[in-house]
Design a protein around this ligand. Structure first.
Ligand SMILES: [Fe+2]
Length: 289
């Protein structure tokens, strides 16, 4: 675990050198009750090395309120993560996603990934690593870490970008970026749906921001992988993700994944997606880009 020790040394060095940055960043993140420590930039633009940054919690409650699938989640130490509350009631996503599916999906599947991840990192160097560091070095870790870290993180994003009164279309800078990249909202919609519908087996479809170009791209990943992982050929920050595992839709839709994917948009909270888009440009200077 020499690599991990190196990260820890970097973290300690960064802490000493960036007292002012810590104070400044904590002022930004005070609403979340967290202190931030800033990162070291990489020397090259092509390397996607992880940022050496962590967030320290003042209380477990403050972490819980902070872990919402937002950009700050990148920097939370894995050992200090908590299982966040569902941001709405089990029936809030009816009729698109039924109450039983949400309850089982959140309280059994998602909680299971979290519990297994916390057990896997307990007592190891990973406890002190940020999620961004873990995802960025995922090839160094066993499948149990990969599946459960992804399973925990991905579902936090999934729940946080839906709402009872979702639907509609994006606007502002996000819509501009979608139009610039895909030609039109309709073209984006079609491409994303295709990615979600055609992902073979279990996995996810994503809209992400490319770490190299800062532009949007659509991919799908297998199992609980996500675009933050260094297992991916094209890496970026996911701002929208749909779970296409059967456990996400089978009770209501059985084998009709396409119906679930098309209905999903009616509960999508574009404002939250826009928040994550803004997070990237607010926080990306802490990343090794
Ligand atoms: Fe799931």
């Amino acid at each position: 675990m020499a690599l991990l020790s190196g990260f820890q040394v970097k973290i300690k060095t960064t802490m000493k050198k960036n007292i002012f940055s810590i104070l400044l960043a904590s002022a930004v993140i005070l609403p979340f009750g967290l202190l931030a420590q800033t990162a070291v930039k990489s020397k090259t633009k092509t390397e996607q090395k992880p940022v050496t940054a962590v967030l320290s919690a003042k209380s477990s409650a403050s972490i819980e309120s902070a872990f919402t699938g937002s950009g700050e989640d990148w920097f939370i130490e894995a050992g200090k993560a908590v299982f966040p509350a569902l941001p709405y009631s089990y029936e809030a996503l009816e009729p698109v996603i039924d109450k039983s599916t949400v309850e089982i999906h959140y309280d059994r599947h998602h909680r299971g990934y979290f519990n297994n991840f916390m057990k896997a990192v307990a007592g190891t160097d990973l406890e002190k690593m940020s999620f961004y560091q873990i995802f960025g070095n995922m090839t160094d870790f066993p499948a149990g870490i990969r599946n459960n870290a992804g399973g925990f993180y991905n579902h936090v994003l999934y729940w946080s970008i839906m709402s009872a009164d979702g639907g509609g279309k994006p606007s502002g800078k996000l819509l501009d970026a979608i139009t610039r990249t895909f030609g039109s909202y309709d073209a984006f919609y079609q491409q994303f749906n295709d990615a979600a519908k055609t992902r073979f087996g279990s996995g996810w479809a994503w809209l992400s921001i490319d770490f190299k170009t800062d532009e949007l791209f659509i991919t799908s990943t297998a199992n609980q992988d996500n675009p933050l992982m260094n297992t991916e050929g094209k890496r970026g920050f996911p701002i929208l993700g749909i779970d296409v595992w059967e456990h996400a839709y089978y009770l209501k839709y059985q084998n009709k994944r396409a119906d679930y994917v098309e209905n999903f948009w009616n509960k999508l909270n574009w404002q939250e997606v826009q928040t994550r888009y803004n997070d990237y440009f607010r926080l990306a200077d802490r990343l090794n880009k």
